[in-house]
Design a protein around this ligand. Structure first.
Ligand SMILES: Cc1cc2nc3c(=O)[nH]c(=O)nc-3n(C[C@H](O)[C@H](O)[C@H](O)COP(=O)(O)O)c2cc1C
Length: 114
């Protein structure tokens, strides 16, 4: 799973916080590979929102991809709703590759026999 968060008042959005809280009891994210990306118009790229989300996912036992992606000055990298900054696209590709790897042996084991 890939979680992308904006930053509001030094935290994540209330909607995402609420969604994660609903999943705490059910354990749906336990041992699930999860990567986190945050984006913000500021120079910090939503680092505090991302830290909050990561802490919550750790508490939930998710298999968190170690390094997330911070996207600072996000508005300058987006045109007509599309991410147009090549360096950021590359970083996102790399994060997705690490997320796929985090699936690891269990991911392979879950595949049906050919
Ligand atoms: C109430 C409010 C609080 C915000 N707080 C932060 C913040 O703490 N840090 C930050 O980097 N950006 C902050 N922002 C900017 C948002 O990250 C920015 O608006 C972002 O693009 C969210 O998308 P939206 O404006 O389409 O909702 C805030 C924006 C609003 C409206």
């Amino acid at each position: 799973m890939l979680i992308a968060t904006p930053e509001y008042a030094n935290g994540t959005s209330g909607v995402l916080k609420n969604a994660l809280e609903w999943l705490v009891g059910g354990g749906q994210l336990y041992d699930k590979p999860v990567a986190v990306v945050s984006a913000s118009p500021s120079a910090l790229g939503g680092d505090r929102a991302q830290a909050w989300v990561r802490e919550t996912l750790t508490m939930m036992g998710a298999r968190l991809v170690p390094d997330g992606l911070l996207i600072p000055q996000a508005t300058a990298r987006i045109q007509d709703g599309r991410l147009v900054d090549g360096a950021t696209v590359k970083e996102l590709d790399e994060l997705l590759a690490r997320l796929y790897e985090a699936g690891g042996p269990r991911h392979e084991a879950g595949r049906p026999a050919a």
